[in-house]
Design a protein around this ligand. Sequence first.
Ligand code: 5AD
Ligand code: SF4
Length: 432
Amino acid sequence: MARTYYIKTYGCQMNSHESEKLSGILSQRGYVEADSPENSDVVIFNTCCIRESAETHILGNLGIIKKAKERRPSMIVGVCGCMTQQSGAAEKLKKRCPFIDIIFGTHNLHKLSSYLDAAEHGKKVIDIWEEDNGIEEGLPVKRAGNICALVNIMYGCNNFCSYCIVPYVRGRERSRTPDNIFADVKSLIESGYKEITLLGQNVNSYSCDGVDFAELLDRLSDIKGEYWIKFLTSHPKDISEKVVSVISKKEHLAHFIHLPLQSGSDRILEMMNRKYTAREYLNKIEMIKSYLPDVGLSCDIMVGFPTETEEDFVQTLNVVEKVRYSNLYSFIYSQRKGTPADIMPQVPIEIKKERIDRLIKKQFSIANSIAAESIGKIYTVLCDGKENDNFIGKTQSDKKVIFTGSNSKVGEFSKVEITEANNSKLIGTEVR
Ligand code: 5AD
Ligand code: SF4
């Protein structure tokens, strides 16, 4: 019988895609994916450390795996990703969870096969690299689906926002060559993928072989086929008119931009080291809307950053009201060891909770009114699932749509007229 593996992924799309590479390596070794960890021969936790809550959750789940390994001692347990890459974290984890067989970081996931060679012979492995030895191309990838695909265009971050652990665990920015990216995207489109999401911590600073991000988008969207391209994440200081203008001209580029604001207070933005003011951010939004009047905007906002006052927070609410995001991801600021904000004066948790509730409420009513405005409109929807007789899909701006129709197919685009909005969910019927 084939040996089995299970990967538990925490965190962002970057991690999800890296788990697809780990899956590729395991499949190449003859392992077959299982649907639960309990009876798997290899269990890997691909971790996140962006907030304390992520780490607490992972440590709790590792406790469950410890019990599973007691029942099945031949199980190989591996832990990798952002959490293990933090300074001193691997050693601490080894002490706290001695049952773990392999601990590796963000720069050496391509080494998994050699770590398994050792672990299969009963050896424990801890291997954390300070940085990578250049971008590792050509790794096998076993993708989670066959409609939407993630493609890295760059790794790392140079921005050092004062709250953020990412630059410490993901290293400095490095971009893949446009030729390698083009080859990946072309082959995905040719094999039927309909949505390609380009990934980078700060895609707007993509630069390689004399090609910038706007030029990369321009080239990729010349590929023939039926698909759309999205990208994550843009930094407000770097998103340029050149990029937005390319999006407005090329039909394959989705009218969707995720543009994290983090805070609407200039004082807090300065302390965060974000390098823009609320006015500059709003000017970018205006520029985007002037090129793409139908754009879907989404955003990350953090509440309770050190020293944030009621007045600072109200400024954030004001920006949210002005922009009208179709999706908002809101977070309570979480202290991260080694970042500058960790030693700044902190805001009490009750205040943070009260503010996030107000932010969520405000966004709820905005999302509802955006959804209500969609009634009667016709959208292109990528159908990515079916539930009973209803199709489930998403618009360019990532809005979920539930619809009926006799010509639609999972994995294809449909034109859908919105007939109803239930909270922020859109309900519609296929039109021909
Ligand atoms: N605490 C809370 N949220 C954070 N983020 C990044 N660092 C922290 C932190 N220390 C949020 C930011 C970022 C998103 C991916 O996670 O909003 O855009
Ligand atoms: Fe973190 Fe800022 Fe880099 Fe985004 S741009 S990954 S928030 S440091």
